[in-house]
Design a protein around this ligand. Structure first.
Ligand SMILES: [Ca+2]
Length: 449
């Protein structure tokens, strides 16, 4: 709006007030205008990795620390002095530096209030039945709290549901979430090693495309039936003939982020960490093949030449079904140093905002990139907007989510994860160091600015 231009309406007080209202509220805020605030909820943690609600109407939150502790927080973020659960003695021994092992997943049973059950994924020492040069076992377990006290998990109540032998320390994933169908969904990485290739723990065609391994998959199981669980009858390989019955979708590399939209059509959104070129947002459907390691992003992928996509890459998998493309990709800085269109080196999954507090985020997918470098914490909060209309040509858009004091969304820390409470409000879990030690972990709540 050009205020210098003479206007015949300016003498009218009504018109003037309209102009003033337009000036005050604006129509499109400048790109660097902070949109939301971040309220520090808890600090002094090590590597907070999951935040979820106890979902019993109390507003209490569980925060799992990768280092092996689960904390109970009240609505205001006050931490219960005694740990909700301490799994440190059950974990594999950590690396001195970066580590992708530890507690990885935590989900409270949808009927927690009556059955007192919750589920944890953690990295346990290698099983004796695994090859001796493999690294560890990823373990999915059920625990309970006492009938009369939801503030304390019972360590002895552990019931092991599933163990997956892992050839390497990285690309484990292990994120879990209950779907609107009541089934438990779990993301599993490709087992580590570059290109999903290697004689130690990788099939010739890669784990993502091999249906006899659980590595590189999204799993779905029914924890309410069977011993130790049941297979939902509409899992794509439920009869076990052409693939492992737990598989729900496949072709994932390191799916660090899994959530269901609690509104809309309850889509399952999974972010997949890329290797050299693309970070992905995917909408996961039953039986879908998401391409890794035949594809990365919208391109083909050649493990022998990972930075140059083959021009004649297959568009269908070994079973003849077409690969499913992501809904959004951005370049990773790992293979595209200084690329202005990149947000960082590793995508961190989030949630579609369905809370009440921040109206401008309604229906948008809030997520993050972990960091712009591996050594120094430089993560960016991001927000994705889905297209107004449906159709192949309609694209998702992504921009940094500006917050107060960080208008570019860059929080000067590693953004490990996002969390969601029972009201649909969102949280941001950060670590000041790329380590599973120390006390530089923090939890923030997204609030109106
Ligand atoms: Ca993919």
């Amino acid at each position: 709006m050009n205020m210098k231009r003479p206007s015949r309406f300016l003498n009218s007080s009504l018109a003037l007030s309209v102009v003033l209202v337009l000036l005050t509220t604006g129509t499109t805020p400048a790109a660097d205008t902070p949109q939301v605030g971040l309220k520090l909820l808890s600090e002094g943690l090590t590597a907070p990795i999951v935040l979820t609600s106890l979902d019993d109407g109390s507003g209490r939150l569980l925060v799992a620390d990768q280092a092996g502790m689960i904390h109970l927080l009240n609505r205001d973020g006050q931490r219960q002095e005694k740990l909700f659960l301490d799994l440190r003695s059950k974990l594999v021994r950590f690396n001195q530096g970066m580590d992708e092992r530890g507690i990885l997943g935590l989900a409270v049973h949808p009927q927690f209030k009556s059955n007192h059950k919750f589920y944890v994924v953690y990295s346990a020492p290698r099983r004796t039945i695994a090859p001796p040069d493999w690294d560890h076992a990823m373990r999915l377990c059920e625990f309970r709290v006492p009938d009369n006290d939801p503030t304390m998990g019972i360590a002895d109540s552990e019931r092991v549901l599933l163990e997956i032998d892992e050839p390497d320390w990285n690309h484990n994933s292990g994120r879990i979430v209950f779907g609107p169908d009541g089934y438990l969904y779990m993301s599993v990485g490709d087992g580590g090693a570059p290109n999903d290739v290697g004689s130690r723990g990788h099939f010739p065609e890669g784990n993502g495309q091999n249906l006899s391994t659980l590595l590189g998959k999204i799993l779905r199981i029914d924890v309410n039936k069977g011993t130790p669980y049941a297979i939902p009858s509409d899992n794509p390989y439920a009869d076990g003939k052409n693939g492992r019955p737990e598989i729900y979708a496949y072709g994932l590399r390191n799916p660090w982020g899994i959530s269901f939209d609690r509104g809309g059509s309850h889509e399952l959104i999974v972010t997949d960490v890329g290797q050299d070129r693309w970070e992905e947002i995917n909408i996961i459907v039953n039986g879908g093949n998401y391409g890794w390691r035949v594809r990365e992003g919208f391109d083909g992928f050649d493990p022998k030449n990972p930075r140059t996509p083959p021009t004649n890459a297959p568009k269908v998998g070994a079973d003849g079904k077409p690969f499913i493309d992501p809904v959004f990709v951005y370049k990773t800085l790992r293979g595209n140093a200084n690329d202005p269109q990149s947000f960082g080196v590793t995508i961190t999954g989030g949630y579609v905002y369905r809370g009440k507090g921040i109206s401008q985020l309604a229906g948008k997918y809030v997520f993050a990139d972990w960091s712009r470098g591996m050594g120094f914490g430089d993560g960016t909060l991001l927000v994705a907007t889905r297209p107004q209309r449906t159709g192949a040509a309609e694209k998702w858009t992504v921009e940094p989510l500006g917050v107060k004091d960080h208008p570019d969304g860059r929080l000067k820390a590693f953004i490990w994860a996002l969390g969601q409470d029972e009201d649909g409000e969102l949280y941001v879990l950060t670590n000041g160091a790329n380590l599973v030690s120390g006390t530089r972990g923090k939890v923030f709540k997204l609030v109106t600015n």
